[in-house]
Write a new protein. Structure first.
Length: 255
């Protein structure tokens, strides 16, 4: 323990892995077929999180804006790859579109948070910008993947409907955005009553003031909600015409 902060030693990490190993063993006994995947994913997550921890420690100590921007750029590129790998039934060639929508929305949201809400000094404060970017991207990636999958599936189901391209695509766009927003609205509704969200819990465990932790958590949830809606809307407006020919007729997409 350091003040009110409780550090996790190597034995704590081993104990956590053992819990996953036990769950994986139960899975194998029950022949569920997910034991090896679960264990491998846990080991991979530990390595990735430790690697990111070392990288963030170096970036924070360096306090160099170019390193912050480089790390954020890397996270954006990884977010595009993860979004497209999770989305099902989408056409090829969407990497540029997804990247552009993420860059635009992230620039808007990060600028608003750093300039209007928190106002850190310096503006690129690594201990704020890098974790904030990661949390926002993590939620937005899931929403985009779900939204894209739902949109192209819905367009295929409604292929016989008539109207202009916008009239034909609008119901699918709306339903896709709503589906992508469901987890976010559920988190907003249950925060503080049913659950203690991750950022708030993390700050309290690390010895932070609970009231300040609550303020930060609300800021994160509000930003995620705005970012998800904005990113989903932008990408839907950019991709819906892929479902139509030059003569405004529906055409199947090749995933």
């Amino acid at each position: 323990m350091n003040g009110n902060y409780y550090a996790i030693d190597i034995w704590g990490l081993i104990a956590a892995l053992v819990m996953v190993a036990i769950a994986a063993g139960i899975s194998e006994i029950m022949r569920m077929g997910v034991g090896r995947t679960l264990l491998w994913s846990a080991c991979r997550a530990l390595l990735q999180l430790c690697a990111m921890g070392f990288i963030m420690e170096y970036v924070i100590r360096s306090n160099n804006p170019w390193l912050v921007l480089l790390l954020v750029a890397f996270m954006l590129i990884a977010a595009v790859q993860i979004t497209l790998s999770r989305a099902k039934g989408v056409p090829k060639g969407l990497a540029g579109t997804v990247f552009l929508s993420l860059v635009v929305t992230m620039l808007i949201m990060i600028s608003l948070v750093t300039e209007l809400i928190i106002r850190p000094q310096p503006w690129y404060a690594p201990q704020l910008v890098v974790p904030l970017t990661g949390m926002l991207l993590g939620n937005t990636v899931s929403a985009l993947a779900v939204g894209l999958s739902r949109f192209f599936e819905s367009m295929k189901e409604r292929r016989d409907e008539v109207g202009t391209t916008w009239e034909a695509a609008r119901p699918s766009i709306v339903s896709s955005i709503r589906l992508g927003l469901l987890p976010t609205t559920a988190s907003l509704a249950s925060a503080g009553i049913v659950t203690v969200p991750g950022m708030m819990a993390g700050q309290i465990i690390a010895g932070g003031n609970p009231i300040d932790a609550a303020k930060y958590q609300f800021m994160i949830l509000a930003t995620i909600a705005a970012l998800t809606l904005l990113a989903d809307s932008i990408i839907m407006l950019m991709v819906y015409k892929r479902c139509f020919t030059a003569l405004d007729q529906y055409q199947p997409v090749n995933g």
